[in-house]
Design a protein around this ligand. Structure first.
Ligand code: SF4
Length: 419
């Protein structure tokens, strides 16, 4: 979502303030850091990065801070780094043009509704389009800072999303990537009562009717909203890429309850089983937090048990880090060394599953959408089920979807030959 927010920031500044991009901070008239606050580390990094940019920036250049850390620290940022000119929080991106012109401006209203705002157009990729479908989150997971930085969930009207997808297709883009905190809760809340009734499954169906759009990806879906209709659509719609994120967080029902995730270990396993039965070739990724407060050795073993049963293709794993003003931050914390040990155990187990999956890919034929020419002459793209694939080839392959036979692998990527 930050990537898409950055594209919106660039688009607005290009159109309304006459800025163009530079890769050299020393010649920039304006430097913006778009921040994340999901974990502690990027927040700590913000002030050291700001200090660095302040040292090298040219005279009179402005510095701004955007994103989730902007939402959560607000004017504290200007108090700690007085050379910062403005602060614009997540879901206030539409105010960027005015903010850059107003020294000291702090725009961090988490209830600001920009679901109907007509953002100017900028895309960082010629081949893929990120499209926001909702803002904010209606859950209250006890470890998560997102509801406090991105506010209540509101869906973007379907008409705006469909238009964005059509425009992308007209520009030759074949793949759209739908973004939201809980994409499959789409349509539950609109800012206008009169908005046409829509749910995520219907949105997927309408988007897949657009000529030229050949691939639809999305993140993140919430396991709670993976009903049978949704799984059926995922399985049967050929335009939906067969790579799905199912965020577990913990395999222990007790910890899931403390996290307020709303499902049990058994329920989660059943969802994954349904996906695998309907689409045996689907790849599944997940998020896991180890050493959440009160996590016992037995709870952790439950997590390993789920990992062993599902054999995820990709895991984004984290050692729990307390986020300010979240319920979990006041619970009794686990010793950091225990967290590190559990994280390493999980990483090692996952590597064995990754190797199994990647070995299975040898000899398979995948449709690969090529998007990047590497300096060594290789071309990189992604298979329908989300595997990174490299082949020898020329730039003629860029933007094309072609059959590739997989010949070799590493733990995280594949090599093949174009058929
Ligand atoms: S669903 Fe939970 S983890 Fe995801 S953004 Fe919402 S509160 Fe955070």
């Amino acid at each position: 979502m930050n990537t898409r927010d950055t594209e919106h920031i660039i688009a607005e500044l290009n159109t309304h303030n006459n800025y163009t991009q530079t890769t050299n901070p020393q010649e920039a008239d304006l430097i913006i850091i778009n921040t994340c606050s999901v974990r502690e580390k990027p927040v700590a990094k913000l002030f050291s990065e700001l200090g660095q940019f302040n040292k090298i920036k040219k005279d009179g250049a402005k510095i701004g801070v955007c994103g989730c850390t902007a939402s959560h620290l607000g004017d504290e940022i200007i108090k700690r780094a007085s050379y910062v000119d403005f602060v614009v929080g997540a879901r206030n991106v539409s105010k960027i043009s005015k903010a850059v012109e107003t020294k000291g401006s702090v725009e961090i209203d988490i209830n600001h509704d920009e679901t109907n705002y007509d953002f100017s157009e900028f895309r960082s990729s010629l081949y893929k389009a990120n499209i926001n479908i909702s803002l904010g989150c209606d859950k209250q997971c006890t470890f998560c800072i997102v509801p406090a930085t991105r506010g209540e969930e509101i869906s973007i009207p379907a008409e705006i999303i469909l238009n964005e997808a059509k425009k992308s297709a007209q520009n030759g883009i074949k793949e759209i990537f739908l973004l939201g905190q809980n994409v499959n809760n789409y349509g539950k809340y609109f800012s206008s009562q009169n908005s046409e009734k829509y749910d995520f499954t219907k949105l997927l169906q309408e988007l897949s009717k657009i000529d030229g759009i050949e691939r639809i990806r999305f993140t993140s879906p919430h396991p709670l909203h993976m009903d049978d209709d949704f799984i059926e659509e995922f399985a049967s719609n050929p335009k939906i890429c067969k790579f799905i994120h199912v965020p577990l967080q913990s395999g222990s029902t007790k910890i899931l309850k403390d996290m307020k995730r709303g499902y049990t270990k058994e329920w989660f396993l059943k969802v994954c089983e349904k996906i695998k039965t309907k689409v045996p070739t689907a790849r599944i990724s997940t998020d896991i937090i180890v050493a959440f407060p009160h996590e016992s050795e037995e709870d952790f073993l439950d997590t390993l048990d789920v990992v062993n049963q599902v054999k995820f293709d990709q895991i984004f794993n984290f050692k729990y880090s307390p986020r300010p003003n979240t319920p979990a931050s006041t619970m009794e914390q686990i010793d950091s060394d225990i967290g590190t040990r559990r994280l390493n155990t999980l990483i090692e187990l996952h590597k064995t599953h990754q190797d199994l999956h990647m070995d299975k890919a040898i000899g398979q034929i995948h449709k690969v959408y090529f998007e990047d020419l590497k300096p060594n002459g290789e071309i990189m793209g992604f298979s329908d089920n989300g595997m990174q694939v490299f082949v020898e080839g020329s730039e003629e392959l860029l933007g094309k979807i072609v059959d590739v036979k997989i010949t070799t692998n590493t733990r995280t990527s594949l090599k093949g030959v174009v058929l």
